[in-house]
Design a binder for this molecule. Structure first.
Ligand code: UT7
Length: 324
């Protein structure tokens, strides 16, 4: 018998305010046409002034718990991926823990920017396999609207706010690829690429939150090359190949990156969950949002083989293979 971390529930939350591309046309030198054709983005959600990352995360976590038929006191651990925390500390995860009324177990944040949810999932899986926790809430939540430079047309049109969550539970599997749950993961980072995607502030430097800075085309080139490669490696580690994939659930940054990665993996676009048109890039929230919306749409079904992959600031990138 082999222990597996199986998905019991999924949920998401998007702030009410929807911002179409046309809203940017009045403010900066851009067009709906440029944004759509270069990125696939049509609209994104922005949090209300009094709404924080922990609010979004708590709403997504509550939805995932309801989907799993569980209550917060049954959860052993919360692992939350974000780069836009409410405060420098405490962690957003402990704030969510309190908002859910959960007084036992433990909670912490993971910071791997847009790859954060992949790193959080891999950590949660390791904790379940080692017996540290049996039920883990894994959350990706962001308010990137708070760190955008509204004068920089190369970045401010790309990002959105939102949150998604999964409930994982330990279950005995047979040890074969037919098992439900996480089957493999593959993680990477290379800090020498810091300058192509970073935030120009922080507690130990400027004492401010700072603004996002990106050399878009340099990140684009790394994304196209590294995402298919890490997805292939994760599949290989699980003893699987591209032909076994039911759904690619990619990080939602740019439709052209998503399509190029699918093409390199020889998986048709009909087998890719795409939400970037409606959400923009929500960083660590994008994969759990896409998993939740994919299930809601009737795309993802129990037993489906899913490959998730993401890349972001660091650079940090990776992939997780799981059977839903
Ligand atoms: O999630 C974290 C990882 N991030 C990503 O994966 C993002 C990766 N990068 C991208 O998605 C793309 O590189 C962008 C969407 C950011 C940019 O697309 P691109 O095709 O790489 O465009 P570019 O940066 O090479 O810029 C092309 C042109 C430039 O004008 P010139 O120099 O050719 O005259 C830009 O100034 O497009 C211009 N441009 C814009 N024009 C209208 C840049 N932003 C805009 C804009 N509206 N919003």
């Amino acid at each position: 018998m082999t222990l597996r971390a199986v998905v019991r529930g999924v949920g998401h939350y998007l702030p009410k305010r929807v911002v179409p591309n046309t809203e940017f046309e009045a403010r900066i030198d851009t067009t709906d046409e440029w944004i759509r054709t270069r990125t696939g983005i049509e609209r994104r959600h922005f949090a209300a002034e009094d709404e924080t990352t922990s609010d979004l995360a708590t709403a997504a976590a509550s939805a995932a718990l309801a989907d799993a038929g569980m209550t917060a006191d049954q959860i052993d651990a919360i692992v939350l991926a974000t780069s836009t925390p409410d405060f420098t500390f405490p962690s957003v995860a402990t704030m969510v823990q309190a908002k859910l009324g959960m007084t036992s177990g433990f909670a912490f944040d993971v910071q791997a920017v847009c790859a954060g949810f992949i790193f959080a999932l891999a950590n949660a899986n390791a904790m379940i396999l080692s017996g540290q926790a049996r039920r883990v809430l894994v959350i990706g939540a962001e308010t990137f609207s708070r760190i955008l430079d509204w004068e920089d047309r190369g970045t401010c049109v790309l990002f959105g706010d939102g949150a998604g969550a999964l409930v994982l539970e330990a279950e005995e599997g047979s040890g074969t690829t037919a098992d439900r749950g996480i089957l493999s993961s593959d993680l990477h980072s290379d800090g020498q690429y810091r300058d192509i995607l970073y935030v120009d502030g922080g507690p130990s430097t400027t004492g401010t939150a700072g603004h996002l800075r990106m050399q878009g085309n340099a990140v684009f080139r790394h994304a196209v090359e590294k995402l298919a490669s890490t997805a292939h490696t994760a599949l290989e580690k699980a003893g699987l190949g591209s032909g076994d994939v039911d759904w690619i659930v990619p990080h939602q940054a740019n439709l052209r990156i998503i399509a190029a990665t699918a093409q390199r993996m020889q998986v048709p676009m009909e087998r890719v969950v795409v939400t970037v048109s409606d959400h923009g890039n929500t960083s660590a929230a994008s994969i759990p949002l896409a998993l939740s919306v994919g299930k809601q749409r009737g795309q993802i079904k129990e037993g489906d083989l899913i490959v998730t992959e993401a890349i972001g600031g660091g650079l940090a990138w990776g992939s997780v293979v799981l059977r839903w």
